[in-house]
Write a protein that binds this ligand. Sequence first.
Ligand code: PLP
Length: 396
Amino acid sequence: MNLYERMQQELQQLASTGNLRSLPQISHQGMKVTVKGMHMLNLSSNDYLGLACREDFREEFLTSINKDTFQPTSSSSRLLTGNYAAYDRLEKQMADLFETESALIFNSGYHANMGILPAVCNGQTLILADKLVHASLIDGIRLSSAKCIRYRHNNYEQLERLIVEHHSSYEQIIIVTESIFSMDGDKADLNELVRLKKSYLNVLLYVDEAHAFGVRGDKGLGVAEEMNCIQEIDFLVGTFGKALASAGAYIVCKKIVREYLINKMRTLIFTTALPPITLSWTSFLLERLPNLKDERKHLTLISNLLKDALLAKGYSCPTDSHITPMIIGESKVAVLTAELLQRKGFYALPVRPPTVPEGTSRIRFSLTAELSQTDIERLIEVIPTISEVEMLRINS
Ligand SMILES: *Cc1c(COP(=O)(O)O)cnc(C)c1O
């Protein structure tokens, strides 16, 4: 079989199990989207604080730039000529906010996770990673020369056993986790992880706050702020592409980690730096982030409302956050349920393997602070109960 034939066959296989993906044509009107001629409320965006919809912020930002300060490209890697002043400003702002020694900005969360572990690990490193960490972390682990063991999701007893068993055979152990998990919306217990990390001198902690940065903590710095353990986390990483409505990502860390990454991290060194205009927009929003407390409070309120309703309708819903899964099981049924919600005006999307484990396909509601309580109440009215979904399955 040649490559084209194999591709054809694999795509057909994906289609027959309801797992074929395609790029949707989509247009945006604030919180609304139009897809295939249908106007729907967007329940699948990562714009958790609603900042991407805020015209007031955009207008204010635009008054601060002109043709000379609008720099749409950096034209180079940061190590050559791409290190504009906007980088120093943003990194200082981040380090000040987190009260860490330093910060380093990357092109995206994917670049960060794919680059940090390969840079800092060697053959004497053991990575202990939560079973459900994001694909970008998995790719970083694969590219590294470390050995890796995945522990069952949030199972710290197993993690502790692994640390006890292996700490003396490796130079370094790095525990890798997300703080809020992408697909279940549940939380890692960062205080417990810090306790475990401190049990041996050679254990470090890597936490990805992609879904928590902006949303959690009094100033919006993430679960680490909420749990009061920012200083205890060796590699504290997050993205600006979600709640902060910009692009790029960060690590806040010790000075030596920053300096080492600048010398060793391939996804930082061998790529064109982000456009300075993007960094300025990030800085602009970051200045306002600590004050967006009402948005964070409202997001918590509507998230709890939806979670309670899903539980009442018979779904398991493990979330502790604004990421609210409605776990259905079979991919085809998840797709049908999403289509049903879309016909009622809610742009909810199915999430299927390999993004989630086989047999746990789901609708993943990703809420934002721009949604009103009424929006959520209307959504709850049209969400089918689990037995109604079962009827969809039988009739499909
Ligand atoms: C979205 C996400 C990333 C990737 O961040 P980008 O800036 O979008 O590349 C990394 N980790 C997790 C957990 C994510 O959800």
